[in-house]
Design a protein around this ligand. Structure first.
Ligand SMILES: [Zn+2]
Length: 393
């Protein structure tokens, strides 16, 4: 005859090692790994500091990812000590873990003893709903969504590239978006700068962008910098952010941004568009090449898009901007393979994407040196711009 549930539990508890919370505290300082086998909602209400979380329902499928070494000393706990006893039995008898114990009385007794409990910052009910499709992804989840909410991203420009970046990063819950732009919304912008609209023509772009972001996601804080990025303000603005999105339309500022971001060790996700073609790369200082490694000298003035109005297909900044936003989110999450040391080129007419490897230049005037060696007056060294553009005529 099969034993009753209570009898089975008694038998299992006799077969495994059970330890008192006071002993667990000592074991923790001796290198034991503590595993919380409760459900996600229970874990979210508070857990033993340093505990790994593997819900009992996922024990068999997830424990190897969390603790690959089967000789590792494990102490399991749940709310009262029953589920952890079953889980310990599974780890020993079915999965071959050698030293697994179950904590008597679970976290309830642990708390009664006055031992420390950590309560993770949780999402509000509204946030859980808003980000539910992120929470379902293993690569994002609660942890990743908190990283996004804590992240500070600077958008250089609220134009063609800045628009899709701002909208989608805001929708994704990137908590702080800084926007640098000194322009006002113009009718000719609206063919591609979709964060603005016809009613806001004449409004400062930073204000217009803020309105659109607030309407989309009130979780996001917008920090407006209604200035032109220049040598006089870049060293003050950049360090306030974790990642910079480069949607700049002129070469001198791009070189200035490069030099400052290398010195400050801030990654830049950079895109450029012209006509029907776009380029994209991630410049992470000292891990991959910098902009000057790729383009030691600016292109001939007649090819420089910033020397006058140039045509651009309206959807192209949308495509390139969303590839940028994707790289930003990957960097924040620490997931995937960022586009570091690779240059992606998109030809919209051919519908063709090409990727080229790019390397650090050991003689690069900027990133071959230590950040502290890069002086203020070296930032953004570039041929005189008026003269540079005059060369185009
Ligand atoms: Zn370089």
């Amino acid at each position: 005859m099969s034993p009753s549930g209570a009898e089975l539990l008694r038998q299992i508890k006799n077969r495994i090692e059970q330890v008192d919370p006071s002993v667990v505290r000592e074991q923790m300082s001796n290198g034991a790994v503590i595993v919380d086998v409760r459900e996600t909602e229970e874990f979210a209400a508070g857990y033993i500091p340093g505990a790994k979380h593997v819900p009992r329902g996922y024990l068999e499928s997830r424990i190897e990812g969390v603790v690959p070494d089967r000789s590792q000393h494990l102490v399991l706990y749940c709310a009262s000590g029953n589920r952890s006893a079953y889980a310990a039995r599974t780890l020993i008898e079915d999965l071959g873990y050698e030293r697994v114990e179950s904590m008597v009385g679970g976290i309830t007794l642990w708390k009664d003893r006055g031992y420390p409990v950590e309560v993770p910052r949780t999402l509000t009910a509204e946030q859980r709903e808003r980000y539910s499709r992120h929470l379902l992804l293993g690569e994002v989840g609660l942890e990743g969504q908190r990283k996004l909410l804590d992240a500070r991203v600077l958008l250089l420009g609220a134009g063609g590239l800045g628009s899709p970046n701002a909208l989608y990063l805001a929708a994704a819950g990137v908590g702080t978006l800084g926007i640098v732009d000194s322009d006002e919304v113009d009718l000719s912008n609206l063919q591609r700068q979709v964060i603005h609209n016809s009613e806001r023509i004449g409004t400062a772009k930073v204000d217009s962008a803020e309105q659109a972001i607030m309407a989309l996601n009130p979780d996001v804080k917008v920090e407006k910098h209604a200035v032109r990025l220049g040598a006089d303000n870049i060293i003050e603005i950049l360090p306030q952010y974790d990642i910079v999105v480069d949607g700049l339309d002129n070469f001198p500022t791009r070189y200035l941004l490069n030099d400052a971001s290398v010195r400050l060790r801030i990654p830049v996700v950079s895109a450029a568009i012209l006509g029907f073609e776009g380029q994209l790369s991630v410049f992470k200082p000292y891990e991959g090449p910098c902009y000057r490694c790729l383009f030691p000298v600016p292109p001939p003035a007649e090819l420089a898009p910033s020397c006058g109005a140039n045509g651009v297909l309206g959807v192209l900044p949308g495509t390139m901007g969303l590839l940028q936003a994707t790289e930003v989110i990957k960097l924040i999450l620490g997931e995937g393979e960022p586009l570091i040391g690779r240059l992606l080129m998109y030809d919209a007419l051919a519908a063709r994407v090409t990727e080229v490897r790019v390397r650090r230049d050991p003689n690069c005037p900027v990133c071959s040196r230590e950040p502290s060696e890069i002086e203020d007056d070296e930032l953004g060294v570039f041929p005189d711009y008026e003269a540079f553009c005059a060369g185009a005529h």
